[in-house]
Design a binder for this molecule. Structure first.
Ligand SMILES: [Mg+2]
Length: 297
């Protein structure tokens, strides 16, 4: 048997339900069965996953695997992009927020996810850059999206997606619409929005499906979903109906494909980048890095 190939694995132990040591043994065993030696590092605080990848994913490493929530994947990919990583990245979803994992159809059982990585194919998928920061599947502002970084981790763990839904419902009555001017280079959308989400995913906040058969995670395009402020409860119901029916050519609900966008927001609202807080600016710049990540699954 030849020399082992090496996996650098970064684990966020605080993402979602803590997995037992046995889970890690199972995963490392799966990798070993396929000829990989695994070097494991744990994150302790926000930012660690990116820093650990930058530090450890050198020439001796053949694959990066991250285990955690979508935020952990975001960080691992940010770190990988920073060091010009060209080899594959694997993702073992273990957090409460796994919209992107769900989008990819990754198994929720960590051992199965590890097996899928070993038997998988590297695929080039797009990455988004928002105000200079890497994100994988969503940069959003408004309804549903404040929740992902404002809901304390302990509640996220306990409630999972329910937290999003409850917070979302609370937002419906308490929400202050956000004035924005969204310039896609082809069209300008202007007004009061309750949700603006730049995304490359089939699922948003665990509650909204964008699977209308037209979404492709590697087409070099992201979608911008814009929901305008309804004037009354009747309009709100219409907007919800439009979402359910995926009628995106609606007065209140639009979905457009973009390669880049400039989003002007005078109130400098914060954004959520894959569930992590992104500080708001008056002028927000978004662009797609076509095929910016090589994910294996
Ligand atoms: Mg796309």
């Amino acid at each position: 048997m030849g020399a082992f190939k090496r996996i650098f694995m970064v684990i966020n132990p605080n993402a979602g339900v803590k997995k037992k040591v046995n889970t890690l043994c199972d995963i490392v065993n799966v990798f070993a069965d396929h000829g990989y030696e695994t070097i494991v590092s744990y994150t302790r605080k926000s930012g660690d996953a990116a820093a650990l990848v930058e530090e450890h994913a050198d020439d001796q490493i053949d694959m990066i695997v991250c285990m955690g929530g979508d935020g952990t994947l975001n960080e691992a990919l940010s770190g990988a992009r920073k060091i010009g990583w060209k080899k594959p990245v694997g993702y073992i979803p273990a957090g409460s927020t796994n919209d992107f994992a769900a989008s990819l159809g990754l198994p929720s059982e960590p051992k199965e996810a590890a097996e899928q990585i070993m038997e998988g194919t590297p695929r080039r998928l797009d990455l988004g850059i928002f105000n200079g920061r890497t994100f994988v599947y969503t940069a959003s502002c408004g309804l549903f999206t404040r929740t992902s970084y404002e809901t304390p981790q302990k509640f996220k763990n306990r409630l999972g997606h329910l937290a999003y839904i409850l917070e979302g419902v609370k937002d419906l009555t308490q929400f202050t619409p956000i004035y924005m001017k969204i310039d896609t280079g082809e069209e300008i959308y202007e007004g009061e929005f309750i949700l603006t989400a730049v995304c490359n995913t089939f699922s948003l906040g665990g509650v909204m499906s964008l699977d209308n058969g037209e979404i492709d995670l590697g087409d070099g395009l992201y979608e911008i979903l814009m929901i305008r402020q309804p004037k009354d409860i009747i309009q709100m119901n219409e907007a919800v109906k439009a979402l359910y029916e995926q009628n995106f050519d609606h007065d209140l609900v639009n979905l457009v494909k973009v390669r880049k966008a400039k989003i002007i927001c005078p109130s400098k609202e914060d954004w959520s980048l894959d569930g992590e807080r992104g500080e708001g600016q008056e002028i927000n710049e978004f662009e797609v890095v076509s095929g910016g990540m090589k994910l294996i699954y």
